[in-house]
Design a binder for this molecule. Structure first.
Ligand SMILES: [Ca+2]
Ligand SMILES: [Ca+2]
Ligand SMILES: [Ca+2]
Ligand SMILES: [Ca+2]
Length: 362
């Protein structure tokens, strides 16, 4: 019996390993000559220059591969299988470390025996270096509707220490007379529809809570071992932070895990986000007044996720141009950026579904 269990377990681990490492791109006879450029111009006359040493993410039905452009801004690849490719590029700005250059093209059809010429034009976007890297909210596989094991993972992709003081995390799901969440309803540069807003201790600009370069942070709904409730769930008792609603009669509070606290006193329910459909955002905390909306310029990262990505997109284009594909409810699956912190502000391309959550790692 023991032996059987061992065999079953090793088979499981083997299958899990296969899911974790999809096969590398298959061999084929397609070629691409990809040119990456960015617009250096500060006026209306374009000044396109080659994007050197840019990270290029090539994804297709065969998986995902990472390459870099040369000093001439070109990436030339042969032996690609025929497929439709989505291509994202990302590079640091040559002078300004607060800006990154990002661009993407979709459905580049590569055909066996042909060389496909493509150009991707990157645009400058401001980069705080802090991104929402993983969202696990589907709930574990279970039949008692348990979904309290949610967590958000943040990542600091910059080369410097950032500070969490005053940073806000919010759920954005409120509508208003047909106006949808995540939009700039009053055309005043503010995002509307905030339903939950929690904050790290302190104020923006203070430096008491460091967030180190290349560090992952796990923000748990409840920082407890959820396997005690549902065996297929996960242990979040070692999370870095915990959402704690001080306006609720008895929210769970692991004393060893520091808290983000609730800014909406009328909200007396537990911190939750949609299991398969919602908008979440992270803001610097410079805009401390949420009631009139959150200044888009202070939002560090925001994404809309939906299990049905054919439904409409609500989030303002300045925050993200796509929709993250979410897994089904109670699937135990998670959503994560394809590369740590890789954020081109197109959730449709930047994210992937994980077979199981990975709190604190990629
Ligand atoms: Ca706590
Ligand atoms: Ca405001
Ligand atoms: Ca973003
Ligand atoms: Ca992760």
């Amino acid at each position: 019996m023991k032996r059987l269990i061992l065999i079953a377990l090793s088979l499981l681990f083997f299958l899990y390993g296969c899911m974790q490492n999809p096969p590398a791109l298959q061999d084929g006879n397609g070629s691409i000559e990809l040119k990456a450029v960015w617009n250096k111009s500060v006026d209306s006359i374009p000044d396109l220059v080659p994007l050197q040493n840019a990270k290029v993410i090539l994804s297709s039905q065969y998986g995902m591969e990472i390459y870099y452009t040369g000093t001439d801004g070109y990436l030339r690849l042969n032996h690609l299988p025929s497929a439709n490719y989505n291509i994202s590029v990302k590079a640091p700005h040559p002078v300004d470390p607060t800006i990154i250059l990002v661009g993407s093209i979709r459905n580049v059809n590569i055909i066996s025996g042909q060389v496909r010429d493509s150009t991707v034009t990157a645009e400058p976007v401001s980069s705080s270096g802090i991104a929402i890297n993983e969202i696990y909210c589907a709930g574990p596989v279970n039949n008692i509707f348990y979904f309290y094991d949610l967590f958000i993972e943040l990542y600091n992709s910059s080369d410097s220490v950032k500070y969490l003081d005053g940073i806000q995390f919010m759920r954005v799901s409120r509508t208003n007379n047909g106006l949808m969440p995540g939009g700039d309803w009053y055309h005043d540069g503010r995002m509307q529809g905030v339903t939950y807003i929690y904050k790290f201790p302190g104020r923006a600009g203070e430096k008491n809570y460091p967030f180190n370069s290349k560090q992952f942070l796990v923000l748990a709904g409840d920082a407890v071992d959820h396997r005690k409730a549902v065996s297929t769930s996960i242990d979040l008792s070692n999370a870095d932070w915990e959402f704690y609603n001080q306006y609720m009669a008895a929210d769970i509070d692991n004393p060893n895990v520091p808290n983000l606290i609730n800014l909406i006193s009328s909200n007396t329910t537990k911190f939750l986000i949609g299991l398969n459909d919602d908008i979440v955002a992270l803001a610097s905390g410079v805009d401390t007044v949420w009631t009139d909306g959150i200044d888009i310029s202070t939002i560090l990262d925001a994404v809309q996720y939906r299990s049905n990505v054919t439904l409409p997109k609500y989030i303002d284009d300045r925050l993200d141009r796509g929709i993250v594909q979410a897994p089904a409810r109670y699937s135990g699956k998670s959503m994560q950026r394809k590369e740590p912190g890789m954020d081109t502000n197109d959730g449709s391309l930047d994210w992937e579904i994980l077979p199981a959550p990975t709190p604190g790692t990629q």
